[in-house]
Ligand binder design. Structure first.
Ligand code: 5GP
Ligand code: ZN
Length: 117
């Protein structure tokens, strides 16, 4: 999608600090980390949010989810971590390309949690 920040990151038009990439998935550090470790994991397919998923995305989402612990391990989050998906404006979603947040270590700010409801 041409006006999507995360699609531009996938294409390489916007630089990012990547931590994992394969044909279907990209993981990169959040530009405004809310915690010691704050990584976003996205499908390369543009899906606006959880609300736009359909059954054809089943394998992709399973793969994405199965990669979360692997990526967390490479980030050294052996003690554990939080995952977060904001859905819709009322859910605090700012970038409408589906993404997991992986949040580890000390939390500094979690602005998106202030907007739920
Ligand atoms: P949301 O509120 O949609 O769940 O989260 C969007 C996240 O994307 C925010 O934490 C924000 O800091 C991050 N973000 C927005 N633009 C960029 C960008 O250009 N590069 C990176 N690495 N992160 C971004
Ligand atoms: Zn996109």
């Amino acid at each position: 999608m041409s006006n999507c920040i995360f699609c531009s990151i996938i294409k390489g038009d916007i630089p990012s600090n990547k931590v994992y990439e394969d044909d279907d998935i990209l993981a990169f550090h959040d530009i405004q980390p809310a915690a010691d470790v704050h990584v976003l994991v996205i499908p390369k397919k543009h899906i606006a949010s959880l609300n736009e998923l359909d059954s054809s995305d089943e394998k992709l989402i399973a793969k994405l989810t199965l990669h979360i612990p692997k990526i967390a391990k490479t980030l050294g989050l052996d003690a554990g971590y939080k995952t977060l998906i904001n859905t819709g404006k009322g859910g605090g979603q700012q970038v409408f390309h589906l993404h997991y947040h992986i949040i580890g270590g000390k939390i500094h700010a979690l602005e998106s949690l202030k907007h739920i409801g």
